[in-house]
Design a protein around this ligand. Sequence first.
Ligand code: UDP
Ligand code: MG
Length: 151
Amino acid sequence: MTDERTFIAVKPDGVLRGLMGEIIKRFEQKGFKLVAMKFMLAPDSLLKEHYIDLKDKPFYAGLCKYMGSAPVCAMVWEGLSAVKTGRVMLGETNPADSKPGTIRGDLCIQVGRNIIHGSDSVESANKEISLWFKPEELVSWKLAALEHIYE
Ligand code: UDP
Ligand code: MG
């Protein structure tokens, strides 16, 4: 199962702070394979659907507004336990609870400006990937280092 996929997005604050490279670097260096990437101003309809499970939360409207306030870098990363390991790499939702060494633990401070999104289950990853990308935008290629990353 080295082909599990997760949806990762650098949020507008991460983009505006110049943290895209740092975040991409961490996934690349870990050994995950980039399958798709899109730099875009996300339309409100897409953001509302992306966060539909949170529609009754008091922060939902502000969250959608923040997510559409500047471009995002939307990505699909693939590898063994990409969803779970991706979440570990992100840290906790609240950066204050995130350990040093994690993306949120190292690079941000407040929950409302936590710079990155990552799918929380394989099911939501599949949903999010199909929401943000067309099937033909998912690139099929061989990571040359694969045989050195997995035994
Ligand atoms: N969020 C917020 N205030 C909160 C909780 C969440 O602004 O009290 C935002 C934050 O940007 C978070 C996003 O809503 O990343 C989605 O929340 P979720 O619980 O799904 O956290 P995540 O999966 O991003 O860790
Ligand atoms: Mg979530």
